[in-house]
Design a protein around this ligand. Structure first.
Ligand code: ADP
Length: 483
């Protein structure tokens, strides 16, 4: 049972074109707490019909919304951010209950969501056009920036609050309307945000949130001619499928897909800082982040020291239900996630890695996994090629800069990379040579509303956050006038 200060934040119906609605079919699906397996709520299980209603609502609302002045949209986003901050405790509890992460991380995610809303409230007012130098004295030329139109967003379960806000805030700031489909594991966070958007005064139809059948809803959103843009965060496999579905009407796309982040520690690094960074970026959200360090490359000269210090830090991690004080590692999202982690470890062991810590399920329950440290990882292992998405630190050894760059870039993914070095020359060279959309140098704290978040290669298209984030929801219109 979820006991909230404000019980009306626990919404279980979809929010379709300005109305809280049950599914047309009357169907519901169960949302469970991944730590305990307890049922949290029965949520309206919507499908294609409701997706179409939401699109129609967004289309009807568009004409009015795109004509509002930017200040008005900015004020609404600010009001929404204020409500998110006011209700941070309830929102964090909803998030932890359906997703599992420790409350302290949930609070940080909620506040980061508020920061994104505030950032795009500011950016809304800076969408300026251009006046061009004319090439003919009888003509004047200018460029307008216009909202793309009706948008759709499909979001994942690992950051259900911030992933939704990163898409919705720039869309609304730009003057677009939007239909959101959250992940089936974590719909309650998105519905609570919608409730606060209503309270902030968002006009009817501007935002809809529909939960339920992913394939059916996805198909309607992708194939609709009314929806002009899809923004998706999730697996590369699903992203590829959605991209194909969007191809026939040439829909604009933003895709934030999988990663396989290298985390490189050179001999000249501050080892304690590197261990601290590895602990954060490996174990935050139990390693279930697309920017999690997936491959820890450590240079031969400090390999043993690093492994030893990391092992000591990992031993101190407290595993348990996210709502309990002091817990740093909650459950994984479901038993399938546990099975994948287990498979990666078994494969690594068969190929010559040694388990120094963990390596199996944790006795807290069937979705809990012990923080695992593997040494002597190699590039033929599954965990070198795919995201493990779990609390497994696999440490690879390397000798030279060239060797580690070749290995780090040897992946179809290109989201985030991190490295630690105190040699300025190496810092420049390595930062430039890494084929990733984001590079952390002597830090892993790279994600915030001010910076462009996104990847290259099969990690996706487009950027979220920063001043570039809003351009994903804008079209350029060039106007050429004869005098
Ligand atoms: P994961 O495997 O981590 O759950 P997914 O990419 O499958 O990642 O899920 C991310 C989001 O994509 C979720 O909201 C999920 O419901 C949605 N999704 C999954 N498959 C489809 C699909 N075929 N069409 C539309 N959305 C989908």
């Amino acid at each position: 049972m979820l006991v909230l200060n404000d019980p009306s934040l626990l919404q279980t119906r979809g929010f379709v074109a300005g109305r809280w609605s049950h599914a047309v079919s009357g169907a519901t699906f169960v949302v469970c707490n991944p730590a305990s397996g307890d049922v949290l709520a029965d949520v309206a299980c919507m499908a294609g019909d409701e997706a179409q209603q939401a699109i129609d609502g967004a289309a009807a609302a568009l004409a009015g919304w795109r004509k509002t002045v930017a200040t008005q949209r900015s004020h609404l986003l600010r009001a929404w951010a204020g409500l998110v901050r006011t209700h941070v405790e309830d929102l964090a509890l909803i998030l932890t209950s359906e997703q599992g992460k420790p409350l302290v991380e949930a609070r940080a995610e909620v506040l980061s969501g508020a920061a994104f809303l505030e950032w795009f409230a500011e950016e809304a007012r800076r969408v300026d056009g251009e006046i061009l130098q004319t090439t003919r004295s009888d003509q004047r030329m200018y460029v307008l920036k216009e909202p793309v139109g009706v948008c759709a967003a499909i979001t994942p379960w690992n950051f259900p609050m911030s992933m939704m806000v990163r898409k919705v805030a720039p869309a609304l700031a730009a003057g677009c309307t939007i239909v959101v489909k959250p992940a089936e594991q974590t719909p309650l966070s998105a519905l609570a945000l919608a409730e606060l958007a209503v309270r902030a005064g968002l006009p009817e139809g501007v935002l809809s949130v529909i939960c339920g059948a992913p394939q059916e809803i996805g198909k309607v959103l992708c194939e609709s001619h009314t929806v002009r843009k899809l923004s998706f965060t999730g697996s590369t496999a699903t992203g590829r499928l959605l991209m194909a579905q969007c191809a026939h009407n040439v829909k604009k796309l933003s895709l934030e897909l999988g990663g396989n982040a290298p985390f490189i520690v050179f001999d000249d690094a501050d080892v304690d800082a590197a261990v601290e960074g590895a602990m954060f970026i490996k174990f935050r959200n139990m390693g279930q982040m697309c920017i999690s360090a997936n491959r820890l490359y450590v240079q031969a000269g400090i390999y043993e020291v690093f492994v030893d210090k990391l092992q000591r830090a990992m031993k101190a991690l407290t595993v348990g239900e996210g709502t309990q004080m002091g817990v740093q590692q909650g459950p994984l999202i479901n038993p399938a996630a546990v099975a994948k982690v287990q498979q990666h470890i078994e494969d690594a062991e068969q190929r010559g890695a040694t388990v120094l810590l963990g390596g199996r399920q944790h006795d807290k329950g069937h979705t809990f996994f012990s923080p695992t440290l593997l040494r002597d990882a190699g590039r033929d292992m599954l965990l070198a090629r795919e995201e493990t998405f779990g609390p497994v630190a696999a440490v690879f050894r390397f000798d030279t800069v060239e060797q580690v760059l070749e290995a780090a870039n040897d992946t179809p993914y290109g989201l985030a990379a991190y490295f630690y070095s105190r040699d300025l020359h190496k810092v420049w060279a390595v930062a430039e040579a890494l084929e990733f959309g984001m590079v952390g140098v002597n830090t892993v704290m790279i994600a915030n509303e001010v910076a462009p978040f996104g990847g290259v290669k099969q990690s996706g298209l487009g950027r979220e956050g920063s001043r570039h984030g809003i351009t994903e929801y804008l079209e350029l219109k060039y106007v050429c006038m004869a005098a």
